[in-house]
Design a protein around this ligand. Structure first.
Ligand code: ATP
Ligand code: TZP
Ligand code: MG
Ligand code: MG
Length: 263
């Protein structure tokens, strides 16, 4: 993967300012909107069955996040997803808490079956549970295991016909044939809720401006990982300060800083 090309994608996001339609959870709505704005994208949250198809059709990407599901939200996601597929914009699924309850697992699988999803982004336990493997999950937080994330990501990618992004201390991106790793980021990301959800929405912004799916994912993860490292440096071991500083760094980090720090 070309590091300079991946690092330059944030400039496209800032220039194009793609509209990202999010149907997300009630915990992270405000943080996600602020994170997208900081990165230069244009966020909208729209949930009503009466409008989701129309909104998806004018967006550059659609992000579906199952963090606080209800049946009404599931219906809205399916309507929006079908509209997004019609106009061929990328659909990102964040299967928050899949495996914690049968409802979450079944809903994630249903969306993958009924909608053409371009990216599935979650922690290892969420991806494993959707793919039919038992992997402990505590609510929405992954429990780390020694198991093979490469094989998990590539098998899930083949199973669902999409790009799978498994995040954690190391991030793994796979389309089933090619598997890429990044080790940017900082442990303090796990101390602020919604940092995974925001990453999924940023993936939408990058996919909206870059048709090469693997490159868009690599660019989004590098951007987020490097920005979070800079934010952690500024904030010290203080999650409250980190949350604010992450927004600052998402708006400030340059392609050169990203390229020099991709790991
Ligand atoms: P979880 O609920 O398990 O925290 P999540 O949906 O919040 O999952 P994460 O896996 O935490 O998503 O990923 C969000 C971001 O945090 C990614 O950029 C990832 O690289 C980073 N990250 C997560 N854990 C670590 C860690 N231990 N060290 C460095 N970066 C991390
Ligand atoms: N509960 C339901 S959704 C949610 C919580 C705590 C937010 C999860 O955010 P993330 O980004 O997966 O940590
Ligand atoms: Mg996290
Ligand atoms: Mg998550």
């Amino acid at each position: 993967m070309d590091k300079a090309q991946a690092a330059s994608l944030i400039s496209n996001v800032r220039e194009v300012s793609p509209l990202v339609h999010n149907i997300t959870n009630t915990v992270v709505t405000n943080f996600t909107a602020n994170g997208l704005l900081a990165a230069g994208a244009s966020p909208v949250m729209a949930y009503a069955r009466e409008e989701v198809a129309d909104m998806a059709k004018i967006a550059g990407a659609l992000v579906l996040n199952i963090g606080t599901l209800t049946n009404e939200v599931v219906e809205a996601m399916l309507l929006a997803g079908k509209a997004a597929n019609e106009v061929e914009i990328p659909v990102i699924l964040d299967p928050v808490g899949a495996g914690a309850t049968p409802y979450r697992t079944a809903t994630a699988r249903r969306i993958l079956k009924e909608i053409d999803v371009q990216y599935l982004r979650g922690n290892a336990a969420e991806i494993a549970n959707i793919a039919g493997k038992k992997w402990a999950i505590k609510g929405v937080d992954a429990s780390e295991g020694p198991r093979n994330r490469d094989s998990l990501a590539s098998k899930a990618a083949m199973m669902f016909g999409c790009i799978v992004v498994v995040t954690g201390e190391t991030d793994t991106i796979s389309d089933g044939a090619t598997t890429i790793h990044l080790s940017n980021g900082h442990p303090i990301l796990t101390k602020v809720t919604g940092t995974g959800c925001l990453l999924s929405s940023l993936l939408g912004a990058f996919a909206a401006v870059e048709p090469d799916s693997l490159l868009a994912a690599y660019g989004a993860l590098a951007f987020y990982g490097v920005a979070s490292e800079l934010a952690a440096e500024q904030a010290g071991n203080r999650p409250g300060s980190f949350q604010i500083e992450l927004l600052n760094q998402l708006s400030q980090v340059t392609p050169t800083q990203i390229e020099e720090n991709i790991r």
